[in-house]
Design a protein around this ligand. Structure first.
Ligand SMILES: *Cc1c(COP(=O)(O)O)cnc(C)c1O
Length: 365
């Protein structure tokens, strides 16, 4: 029995009437750009993640750019982010005009190590971007304490962590702003590219809205030079149709994670995800560690189980950052993990039979 890494088709079939209806309504109303469907999704999403303002945009990468541009990152400004993430997190620091400074992960949760953040601070540091990687919140108490002490802004990259909580509080509500991706495979995914940046700061929200809409809120009144980063009506309507299911889908991922945990825990050499106290993981990815990761992946793939490596090269060691001449010993945890991590099939609709198949194949490896 083949086990896919994710199954978007199955998710669609389960809510087909709602999705088809949403798409038809946008076409009927000619509401392709801006309009009522985008406004409605912004309101609904803000409410779902316990925040005042949601500024929708074209994707999660633009969301990071918009937040930093609105916070007026300028040449010479240093922004500290994690050594272990998708490249958008660090690339947008550069595109916003700042300098990327990487900090290592903590060695157990795959999220940024607050001690490494503290050690990376210089008089030029302006902000910190923690990433709630794989769906597990970063250590927000420690990160916010560092930010307050050094008067830094914090942008939470929530692209993989919709509805995750830290000590009972939703992620994305700790920092100055927070960014989301609704890439199709994310826990809340559109049927194309989509993103948002959220904040409780009304002035910041307005500035980000202007930046995303050619620099103005009213047609032909351009107060600043902006970009064109819009969520389109079709994606907004699809996201609104999916949003009411997000809690149940998240619960299904968490239940599936428990099955993996129980089945894989006893297998020698397998390290299951470790969750720090007070953090609620939403399992965008279920990522194990194994000393013979590549051979294990070949074994699973040969037997019909799709896997992924998120990510095969830690950010500091990518060709894009060769200018920094980073050395492995500067980021020992991220460096070690890049050759050990393996993401297993994880999606709300995964069946226990599929999971047992994966677990048995790992046991026989
Ligand atoms: C997906 C992702 C992004 C970028 O989102 P896009 O919508 O693909 O541009 C940024 N950061 C992280 C951690 C992500 O996983």
């Amino acid at each position: 029995m083949p086990v896919p890494f994710a199954d978007l088709q199955l998710q669609y079939q389960n809510i087909k009437a709602q999705i088809d209806g949403a798409i038809a309504a946008v076409i009927r109303d000619n509401a392709f750009i801006r309009g009522p469907y985008v406004d409605a999704f912004e309101r609904e999403f803000a409410s779902a993640v316990d925040i005042k303002h949601c500024v929708s945009c074209a994707n999660g990468t633009d969301a990071l750019y918009l937040a930093m541009a609105a916070l007026k990152v300028k040449p010479g400004d240093e922004v500290i982010t994690t050594a272990h993430s998708w490249i958008s997190t660090s690339a947008m620091i550069t595109h916003a005009g700042g300098t990327v400074v990487f900090a290592d992960t903590d060695g157990t949760t795959f999220t940024i190590d607050p001690a490494a953040v503290e050690a990376a601070i210089t008089p030029r540091t302006v902000g910190i971007i923690p990433v709630h990687l794989y769906g597990q919140p970063a250590d927000m108490d420690a990160i916010m304490a560092i930010a307050r002490k050094h008067k830094l802004w914090v942008i939470e990259d929530c692209a993989q962590a919709h509805l995750a909580r830290y000590k009972g509080q939703q992620i994305g509500t700790f920092g100055t702003a927070a960014t989301y991706s609704f890439y199709p495979g994310k826990n809340l995914g559109a049927m194309g590219d989509a993103g948002a940046v959220v904040t409780n700061d009304g002035a910041l929200a307005e500035h980000m809205t202007m930046l995303a809409r050619h620099g103005g809120l009213i047609k032909h009144q351009h107060h600043i030079e902006g970009i064109n980063s819009r969520l389109d009506g079709m994606q907004a309507a699809i996201l609104s149709a999916k949003l009411p299911h997000l809690t149940e889908w998240t619960k299904a991922r968490q239940d599936a994670a428990k099955i993996y945990d129980a089945g894989l825990n006893q297998i020698e050499d397998v390290v299951v995800p470790s969750i720090a106290a007070g953090r609620t993981h939403v399992y965008h990815l279920y990522t194990i560690q194994h000393p013979r990761r590549d051979a294990l992946a070949v074994h699973l793939n040969a037997n019909g189980v799709q896997t992924a490596i998120n990510y095969p090269t830690a950010l500091p060691f990518l060709a894009a950052y060769i200018r920094f001449r980073h050395r492995p010993e500067q980021f020992p945890n991220a460096y070690r993990d890049q050759s050990r991590i393996l993401s297993l099939p994880m999606f709300g609709e995964i069946t226990s039979d599929q999971q047992i198949e994966v677990i048995d194949l790992i046991r026989t490896f």
